[in-house]
Ligand binder design. Structure first.
Ligand SMILES: Nc1ncnc2c1ncn2[C@@H]1O[C@H](COP(=O)(O)OP(=O)(O)OP(=O)(O)O)[C@@H](O)[C@H]1O
Length: 791
């Protein structure tokens, strides 16, 4: 296997060396590191011949020739799998400026060979989702932010530039109010990456033309719901591109860049201190709160996450000191231990199962209580038994009492243990209810958000409708303008026709003047005639003048033609004709030009109107598609809304059920408590009664002992077996008495002398009783406890 097993919970540390850049190549020195054959070891070359090379071992070492796909396979693929199983995952890149962190994490999104971990991960996640079982429903959310100058800026909504960090049991550490967009395919994620990257703080330095001036966090949350049992799992994936540590002497940072560099180095120092505290085995406090970076990465460093650290290095001796420091950082980080767990939420079915188990437990307990009660009742009969009818051996009674007490005590212990389990379970149930209530609140939040979204979509629709109306109005105005222009053009055409007619008439007139002889007026008076002659003369003069001018012009032209062309126009008429035609042509050209301009304008208007018509059609089409999409969206939202409402109702119902079940189990617990109290009370009674019995027994023993002493004193008898007959006295004064059990009283002693028979004048001797039955000698030797007891 290529990667090390992370079942130990340790952070995996991978080391990547980039190829030499142009600047380093220009310095013409060799690289300062050697790579071991096991792909895990890197050696910093020894400075002198006598000194040893420094050896560093990581989970994997990538030499400069390693391609992006290999990095993804080793570094990210296992974490993607874990996130898909409901674990949290983190990959972060650390290293000096220009060491290749951004190239490793993002690379060139549009190039399949050069794309980095994030775009590859996105593709992988959606491929896995598409291949997943049908009953698993996925939602994917993406957030993107940066920590710049100790402030968290939302890269998908840069107006939010000072977000706060919070922590709670259910979500762990999180950034409050961070925009998280739901995405359904890799293209949508790439678009968000593009937007976010454009909003990032990047600047030129002497070390890197596109140096990241902030730490960036790309966050993907994948939630999966199993539709069969409604269980949910949710994995959060942080992909962190840290800003590079830099020596300001090398980067040439000044002014704002210098301030940025100070902040970057400060937060990286805080990161180093957190790692030290986690790994030195001495620190009781981990200073997560010393910087925003370490606070956000709290779960990734020593918490609930499967984490991989990629340290990026330059192989050139110019960066040797920074490379050494980076390698040491990686070695320290290797021993951080995390406690990753699947983020699972209990389903209603699972909660039901827990309840059923709790009920079974209660039933079991009830049974035990009834057994206890029976035992107590049984011992009560024994204790309360009639003195006369109690012929049972007392020692047996004692033994049975003691064993009953032992059983009862054991039962009580068991019950107490079970009750404490019950209390634990109840508190677990309460926690579950709290989680469910929170979930309900979240669903309600989603529901409100959807409502808002619908509202904004409706607003958008209204705006689009009004834009459309404006466009339609504009088109109407254009059509009217087009109509006016058409009229103008037709009136211009008419004018042109008129002008052409006038020119033709004029030409005819001129021709007439020139060709037709003028007839003398027949009936005119002299004055008129003179006037006409004057007019004609004037006209003639005018004509002559014109013709002179024409002749002059012709002569001039003739001269020019003679000068310029060998085949000049030979006759004047032709010249005149030519000139006239030229004049007409000139006017015609002017008119044609004007007409052409008008036609062009008209054409342009026509084209514009066609374009507008197309635009209108497109807008209409877009509008109808949008309307369709919108109505679909609204439909979807409504159905989602409905299902949310349903699940909200269901959850409310479930939480009610849980509450009522909790209340029920509380009541049952109270009942059990009461029963337990009763049992305790009975036990106490039993104990008191047993104590009394013992006292009575002691009294009886004392009495017998006294009596026995008395007999011994009187030398009557030592021990008498049960059922024996004692004879005291002699002759007729003999008194016989059978001894039964321990209750017999024997009328012996000097006070009985009045009852005595004084046969043959002898006095009865009460001082020497003797046994009449049983083998008394044998009996006397018997031990006290066997079958011979004092009565
Ligand atoms: N493995 C590699 N192969 C080819 N080019 C690389 C490689 N690693 C880095 N580069 C190039 O080196 C330059 C610097 O890399 P990059 O910007 O990723 O560094 P960085 O560590 O993110 O720097 P900073 O901390 O200043 O942002 C870029 O032009 C990048 O394309």
């Amino acid at each position: 296997m290529e990667t090390s097993d992370d079942s130990s919970g340790n952070i995996r540390v991978l080391c990547r060396f980039r190829p030499l850049n142009e600047k380093e190549k220009a310095m013409a020195e060799n690289i300062c590191v050697d790579f071991g054959p096991d792909s895990k070891t890197v050696m910093m070359r020894a400075e002198t011949e006598n000194s040893e090379p420094l050896r560093f071992v990581f989970d994997y070492v990538f030499d400069p020739s390693t391609v992006q796909s290999k990095i993804y396979k080793v570094a990210a693929s296992p974490i993607v799998d874990a996130v898909m199983q409901g674990y949290n995952g983190t990959i972060f890149a650390y290293g000096q400026t220009s060491s290749g962190k951004t190239f490793t994490m993002t690379g060139v999104i549009t190039d399949p060979e050069l794309m980095g971990i994030i775009p590859r991960m996105v593709g992988d996640v959606f491929a896995k989702i598409n291949n997943a079982d049908e009953h698993i429903e996925f939602t994917v959310k993406v957030g993107y932010c940066e920590i710049y100058m100790e402030k968290i800026k939302d890269l998908l909504d840069p107006r939010k530039n000072n977000l706060k960090i919070h922590e709670d049991k259910a979500r762990g550490v999180y950034i409050e109010d961070l925009t998280e967009s739901y995405v359904t395919n890799d293209r949508e994620v790439y678009e968000l990456m593009r937007i976010g990257t454009n909003n990032r703080e990047v600047a030129y330095t002497h070390m890197n033309a596109g140096s990241s001036r902030s730490h960036s966090l790309f966050c993907v949350t994948i939630t999966q719901t199993n539709k069969l049992d409604m269980s949910t799992k949710s994995g959060k994936f942080y992909l962190v591109d840290l800003a590079g540590s830099e020596k300001v002497g090398k980067t040439g940072a000044e002014g704002k860049r210098l301030e940025e560099a100070k902040n970057i180095n400060k937060s990286l120092t805080a990161l180093g201190q957190v790692i030290n505290a986690l790994t030195d085995g001495k620190s009781s406090h981990v200073p997560y709160r010393d910087s925003k970076l370490t606070r956000v990465l709290q779960d990734s460093l020593g918490g609930n996450s499967k984490t991989t650290l990629i340290i990026a290095c330059s192989p050139h001796p110019y960066n040797e000191a920074e490379t050494l420091s980076t390698l040491r950082f990686g070695i320290r980080a290797k021993s951080i231990k995390n406690k990753a767990k699947v983020n699972k939420e209990y389903t209603v079915a699972e909660l039901k199962l827990m309840l059923t188990k709790a009920k079974e437990e209660i039933m079991l307990k009830d049974k035990r209580i009834s057994v206890l009660e029976q035992a107590v009742n049984k011992s009560g009969i024994l204790i309360g038994g009639d003195e006369e009818s109690s012929t049972k051996d007392e020692s047996e009674l004692e033994i049975s009492k003691v064993s009953v007490y032992d059983d009862m005590i054991q039962e009580l212990e068991d019950t107490r243990a079970r009750l404490s389990e019950e209390v634990d379970m109840n508190s677990k149930l309460r926690q579950e209810i709290e989680i469910k209530t929170k979930e309900n609140e979240e669903i309600k939040g989603d529901y409100d958000f959807l409502n808002k979204h619908i509202g904004s979509l409706q607003e958008k629709l209204t705006t689009t409708e009004s834009t459309l109306a404006e466009k339609e109005e504009h088109i109407e105005q254009l059509i009217m303008a087009q109509e006016y222009l058409r009229n103008d053009i037709s009136s211009l055409n008419e004018k042109k026709n008129e002008l052409e007619q006038t020119i033709i008439k004029k030409d005819e007139e001129i021709l007439k003047w020139k060709t037709q002889p003028r007839e003398a007026p027949s009936t005119v008076n002299i004055k008129d005639l003179e006037h006409q002659i004057q007019v004609l003369r004037a006209q003639l003069q005018e004509e002559q003048k014109k013709s002179k001018e024409l002749i002059a012009r012709c002569e001039h032209l003739e001269r020019r033609w003679n000068e310029q062309a060998s085949n000049a126009i030979p006759n004047l008429d032709k010249i005149k004709e030519y000139l006239r035609e030229e004049a007409v042509r000139e006017e015609q050209t002017l008119w044609n030009e004007e007409k052409q301009t008008l036609m062009n304008d008209f054409q342009a208007i026509l084209e514009k109107s066609a374009e507008l018509q197309i635009e209108l059609n497109e807008t209409k089409e877009n509008y109808s598609t949008m309307e369709q999409a919108l109505s679909e969206e609204v439909k979807k939202l409504r159905s989602k809304n409905e299902s949310l409402e349903k699940s909200f109702e269901q959850s409310t119902l479930n939480s009610h059920n849980l509450f009522s079940q909790l209340a029920e189990s509380k009541i049952q617990k109270q009942v059990v408590d009461r029963k337990l109290a009763n049992v305790n009370e009975k036990c106490l009674k039993l104990e008191a009664e047993s104590k009394k019995d013992k006292e009575k027994l002691a009294e009886a023993e004392k009495f017998i002992k006294d009596l026995y002493a008395k007999y011994e004193e009187q030398n009557i008898i030592n021990r008498v077996p049960f059922g024996s007959t004692i004879e005291v006295g002699s002759g007729s004064t003999r008194i016989r008495k059978s001894i039964k059990g321990g209750k017999a009283t024997i009328p012996i002693g000097k006070n009985r002398s009045s009852d005595a028979d004084t046969e043959a004048g002898s006095k009865p001797d009460f001082s020497r009783p003797r046994l009449l039955t049983g083998e008394h000698n044998k009996m006397f030797q018997m031990p006290y406890k066997d079958n011979c007891k004092p009565f």
